[in-house]
Design a binder for this molecule. Structure first.
Ligand code: IPM
Ligand code: MN
Length: 356
């Protein structure tokens, strides 16, 4: 397993370090052959190389079978020109380069974390197990023209039929292996790009007769996620709406520090947590490493066809949380906060002791 590791900025390096500990334990226990090459991305790369995505990093990624990324960004780089900013010149450029067209974000409520969810008991009585399929290589993140002239600025939300077809097909395929329901989220009452989105998704649907399809406007979807999250199986949506709804979903299940994601490309997939670089808590050793650790699970499943190993990681994480090994973002009242490393070490211990 050839893996490119890009820790990035903010809490990226701290949480990536914990995930790599878990990976090494997995390697030993399951007799895997793992080859890791580390690269720089984001603001830290910018300061060293003058670019947030150095050539060396691109090479390391293209030679790997999977890319394992921490996070990028910090307010101190917000005044740089767009192409030098960690997000645009680093992460988005890499997403485009690797043609990562789909971002898969599983949202699962761990039983014990019901106590930290902001939702009330009657809503939590039903299971929350959602999979957001976010379009990642197009839409308003990349549409041309885009410009900032000083007194005026613009972005373009643009979708082509083929782009919608491709992401829709993936969402239906995944739903076919789950609870067989796709909810497509758009703003087709106002936006032309959404009118196209809704039409094309409707045309893809008959190819998957076993999967039910419904459509929601994004404002309604944001509300439904809070009122009745268990109605959702697969949420299929565009780049911007997926970005927003996934942070909201993370809050429902306890914390932004819990959600992993898999970005699916033509050849190489990339794995990164849904939450960002969290500059306010970076360097303190208190960030939640769970999202990054769960990224390992997605990597085993989607890049190396080892869903069995993904399950081991998931179970080890669940056990650590159940035993009260929780960082500040997910502690229940009266519980003590554990550090990033304490949580990471506990997960390692459970992986090591796991028996099927
Ligand atoms: C995410 C992040 C990124 C995005 C940022 C860091 C560019 O918020 O992966 O959700 O907006 O896609
Ligand atoms: Mn986001």
């Amino acid at each position: 397993m050839r893996i490119a590791v890009l820790p990035g900025d903010g809490i990226g390096p701290e949480v990536t370090a914990e995930a790599l500990k878990v990976l090494r334990v997995m390697e030993k226990k399951y007799d895997l052959k793992i080859e890791i090459k580390q690269g720089e991305i984001g603001g830290s790369a910018m300061e060293k190389y003058g670019t947030p995505l150095p050539e060396e990093t691109i090479d390391i990624c293209q030679e790997a079978e999977a890319v394992f990324l921490g996070s990028v960004g910090h307010p101190k780089w917000d005044s740089l020109p767009p192409e030098k900013r960690p997000e645009i010149g680093g992460l988005l450029k890499l997403r485009k380069l690797l043609q990562l067209y789909a971002n898969i974000r599983p949202v699962v409520l761990f039983e014990k974390l019901k106590e930290v969810s902001p939702l009330c008991d009657s809503i939590l009585a039903k299971k929350i197990d959602i999979l957001i399929v976010r379009e990642l290589a197009s839409g308003i993140y990349f549409g041309q023209p885009r410009a900032f002239t000083g007194h005026e600025a613009l972005d373009t939300m643009r979708y082509k039929v083929e782009e919608v077809e491709r992401i829709a097909r993936l969402a239906f395929e995944i739903a076919g292996k789950r609870r067989k329901k796709v909810t497509s989220v758009d703003k087709a009452n106002v936006l032309h790009s959404s009118m196209l989105w809704r039409k094309v998704v409707g045309q893809v649907a008959p190819g998957f007769p076993q999967v039910r399809l419904n459509h929601l406007y994004v404002d309604n979807a944001a509300m439904q996620l809070i009122l009745n999250p268990s109605q959702f199986d697969v949420i299929l949506t565009s780049n911007l709406f997926g970005d927003i709804l996934s942070d909201e979903s993370a809050a429902l299940v306890g914390s932004l520090g819990l959600l992993p994601s898999a970005s699916i490309g033509e050849k190489i997939n990339l794995y990164e947590p849904v939450g960002g670089s969290a500059p306010d808590i970076a360097g303190k050793g208190i960030a939640n490493p769970i999202a990054q650790i769960l990224c390992l699970g997605l990597m085993f499943e989607y890049s190396f066809s080892r869903a069995d190993l993904a399950l081991v990681i998931f179970k080890a994480v669940e056990q650590a949380l159940n035993d009260g090994f929780r960082t500040q973002d997910v502690v229940a009242p009266g519980m003590s906060c554990k550090t990033t490393a304490e949580v990471g070490n506990k997960v390692c211990e459970y992986v090591l002791n796991w028996t099927n």
